[in-house]
Design a protein. Structure first.
Length: 151
C-alpha cells in the first residue's frame, strides 16, 4: 500500500503520457519530514538528463519548521535515482521532438521510501486538450444514461 502525498494534476491535462517509471529521489532528512507533512508542490516540475544523471527541477518542498538551520533551498535541483540502462532508454526517447519528463506524483512506498512517478510525455496542443475534455464529458454522460436505464 502506497501513501500518495502530492500529484501533478495539470500534467495529465497538458501532456499525453507515453510511459511511467517509479524512481527514487535524493533528499535531505528535513525534506523527507516536510514531505510526510504534505508540504510539497509538483506544479511546473520537470526532469532533465545531464551528464548521464537525471535531475528534477522546480519542485517546491517547503522548509520543515522544526529543522531550523538544517533546512535547504525549497526549489533546489534534486537528483533522481535510476539505473544506467533506464537513463539510456529515456535519453533515446527524449531525443524525439516534443517529449519531456514530468513527475506525476510523489508518494511513500511500502518500505517508507520517497518515490516519484516519473512520466515520459508528449505535449498536447490547445485543441487536443479541448478534444480530451469533450471526450471525457461524453463518456460521463453515457455512463449516467446506462446507469439510469438499469434502475
Amino acid at each position: 500500500m502506497t501513501k500518495l502525498v502530492a500529484s501533478n494534476k495539470s500534467a495529465r491535462r497538458d501532456y499525453d503520457v507515453t510511459e511511467t517509471l517509479e524512481v527514487g529521489i535524493e533528499l535531505v532528512g528535513s525534506e523527507v519530514k516536510s514531505i510526510r507533512d504534505g508540504n510539497v508542490n509538483l506544479k511546473d516540475s520537470f526532469a532533465r538528463i545531464e551528464n548521464g544523471e537525471v535531475f528534477l527541477y522546480n519542485t517546491h518542498i517547503s522548509p520543515y519548521a522544526q529543522a531550523s538551520y538544517l533546512n535547504v533551498d525549497p526549489l533546489r535541483v534534486r537528483r533522481l535515482l535510476l539505473h544506467k540502462n533506464q537513463i539510456r532508454k529515456l535519453y533515446s526517447s527524449l531525443s524525439q521532438r516534443g517529449h519531456t519528463l514530468v513527475p506525476l506524483g510523489i508518494y511513500f512506498n511500502e518500505r517508507g521510501r520517497v518515490k516519484i512517478e516519473l512520466a515520459l510525455c508528449k505535449g498536447r496542443r490547445l485543441y487536443d486538450r479541448r478534444e480530451a475534455i469533450k471526450r471525457r464529458e461524453i463518456d460521463l454522460e453515457m455512463r449516467k444514461a446506462v446507469k439510469g436505464k438499469r434502475k
